[in-house]
Design a protein around this ligand. Sequence first.
Ligand SMILES: CC(C)(COP(=O)(O)OP(=O)(O)OC[C@H]1O[C@@H](n2cnc3c(N)ncnc32)[C@H](O)[C@@H]1OP(=O)(O)O)[C@@H](O)C(=O)NCCC(=O)NCCS
Length: 330
Amino acid sequence: MKQLVRNVKILGTGSFVPEKIFSNEYLETLVDTSSKWIFENLGIKERRIAGENECTSDLASKAGLMAVEHSGLSLDDIDLIIVATSTSDRIAPSTAAIVQDKMQAYNAVAFDISAVCSGFLFGMSVASQFIAAGVYDNVLVIGADTFSKITDWTKREAVFFGDGAGAAVLSHSNPNEGFLAFRLYTDGRGKWNFTIPAGGSEMPASEKTVKEKLHYFQMNGKAVYEVGTEVLPKAINQVLTDTGLKISDIDLMIPHQPSIKILQKTAEIIGLPFEKVMTNMDKYANTSGGTIPILLDELNRSGRIKKGDIILFAAVGAGWTYGASIIKWS
Ligand SMILES: CC(C)(COP(=O)(O)OP(=O)(O)OC[C@H]1O[C@@H](n2cnc3c(N)ncnc32)[C@H](O)[C@@H]1OP(=O)(O)O)[C@@H](O)C(=O)NCCC(=O)NCCS
């Protein structure tokens, strides 16, 4: 093993969303909601929904293959695959093992991490430690979720999420570029504010759990708003302090996409003009682990991100989990 501390950059990105679209207008026919309310409060117009035979690893492996191709590396160059998901194909094995097989990236060790909507940020941080230490050279991080599979389509909460996957290949870089800071946090006191009660060891699947709809997600929307607008600014201010940068140094923010109002409030608190806050929840809603890498891939491929840009990532999710990171794009 090499003994070094290396800088880490993003070498390539990819993303994949399913074809099927559920518009707000269509949801009006399923649950007691209004298209106008969804757009005004959450910023969402439509979301993508996986097909009956399409699962998280299908979206994840397609996004992963795109990211590897975009990076210019070969599949054999990938040393590690990290899949951040909270809608794994099965409880065992890991979705990462299934993705490795679907991608035929057999040189890579592969494992999942579970941090719900903060998963991709946590995954990039884990990947960076391996690369900085010289343990691995090239790590594929994928954020992928299919919340449509754990949604009760008779409840109002059905409006929040969509399905999708994004990916990035992380590799070593020159000094003074790449990731400048990561801060991750967990506060387990908030653990029941977003949860899927049944199907695990605490409450195994039974006739009762199915009847009582305990395999669907349950969310305390008010708590998500209150906590989100408190912890996102906290994490962001910490990475600014860590790097010695000012908020005016940030060229772009690529945040998780929980709701437009959470992002507007966060931008107001940290003093970032909202034009610098990137969003795509209008097209995809909240794809949980997929939000940051899908948006990153869109911005990267459209040329919106320029060499030297200082980019801020931030996310909050169930657990609670949250964090922020700053990268100098190269
Ligand atoms: C969802 C959210 C907008 C609700 O606002 P709130 O003020 O906290 O909640 P309330 O239950 O008091 O609802 C406020 C109004 O919105 C309406 N409303 C709530 N959910 C609705 C839905 N899905 N569709 C239509 N209207 C809805 C309520 O009926 C209520 O209307 P009223 O003022 O006419 O009585 C807010 O909590 C939020 O943005 N939370 C973040 C959730 C999130 O981001 N989740 C995804 C990440 S995990």
